[in-house]
Design a protein around this ligand. Structure first.
Ligand code: SAM
Length: 281
């Protein structure tokens, strides 16, 4: 298998008359070593079905095809989706290992195969919603590595009581154990982005509850962080009809109502939602 280097990326872009779209977050990787390292970090096994969101010109896709049993990709840009099988036919040992879906990743709710590992250089403007959506719709995803803006990576992997901890951190923690997995030089992208990128690794954990609980938990998280400087009794007052009622729910759930949302781990948000259910709220 030969991977794509700077010369191939330039040739492909010229042949397609490709002007990378900022709104689609099109920054293409032209360093095969980095692609192989990402696939290694994700711990892809021979029997894995690997999912890639936004394959672009195919840099990561080819590295994924070296390791996985099958690779399914979801690409919103039709020109790129149409070109990919042609590129793969030239470079891959077994081009039949690829399935290309030309769709918006946020709009999909199933795929022809159930993926077990996620690897992606995510488009920057939808990276968090795409990441959370994939964890939600594919319970078969066991593990993975995504490349995102450094700031977003820090937020996804953040722990409570840090300034980076927020909605993405705590929602991601519902699905998975998430951790930082290193910095990526901006020189390996074309065009070179304005911001640093980082890798984020995840391993799925058993979710703390069912869909009904998750919906409540996510609604409480959104409210708690909408006014993150406020104490929980005040930030959640609209949900319970006043801050005294909020205080009563919080203390019933065993949570100090004077804390801020940023102090709570996912388990504490679950305790609040479970208490709501217990009291029929
Ligand atoms: N994986 C390639 C690489 O590393 O060189 C390209 C990564 S580039 C940062 C992001 C890719 O996601 C682009 O190919 C872009 O067209 C695609 N994309 C953007 N928004 C998308 C969406 N909502 N659904 C699927 N693909 C999307």
């Amino acid at each position: 298998m030969s991977l794509l280097g700077a010369a191939e990326i330039r040739e492909l872009a010229e042949a397609l008359d490709l002007k990378p779209s900022k709104s689609l977050g099109q920054n293409f990787v032209h360093d095969g070593n980095t692609c192989r390292k990402i696939v290694r970090t994700a711990g892809v096994r021979e029997d894995d079905i690997a999912l890639e969101i936004g394959p672009g010109l195919g840099s990561l896709t080819l590295a994924m095809m070296e390791q996985a049993a099958h690779v399914v990709v979801v690409e919103i840009d039709k020109r790129l989706a149409d070109q990919l099988p042609i590129t793969v036919a030239k470079h891959a040992d077994d081009p039949s290992k690829l399935t290309v879906i030309n769709r918006d990743a946020l709009q999909i709710d199933s795929l022809p195969v159930d993926p077990t590992v996620l690897i992606a250089n995510l488009p920057y403007n939808v990276s968090v919603p795409v990441f959370l959506h994939m964890l939600e719709i594919f319970p078969t995803l066991r593990t993975g590595v995504v490349m995102v803006q450094a700031e977003v990576a820090d937020r996804l992997a953040a722990k409570p009581s840090t300034k980076e901890y927020g909605v993405p951190s705590v929602k991601a923690a519902w699905w998975a154990d998430v951790s930082g997995a290193g910095v990526v030089s901006r020189q390996i992208f074309w065009p070179v982005p304005n911001v640093e990128s980082k890798l984020v690794a995840f391993t799925r954990r058993q979710t703390p509850g069912d869909e009904a609980l998750r919906k409540r938990v996510f609604a409480i998280i959104d409210l708690a962080f909408a006014q993150r400087r406020k104490m929980l009794r005040s930030a959640l007052s609209s949900r319970y009809g006043g801050s005294a009622a909020a205080e009563s729910v919080l203390s019933g759930a065993g949570i100090d109502a004077t804390l801020r949302g940023e102090a709570l781990e996912i388990g504490a948000f679950c305790a609040i939602a479970a208490y709501e259910i217990a009291i029929g709220s």
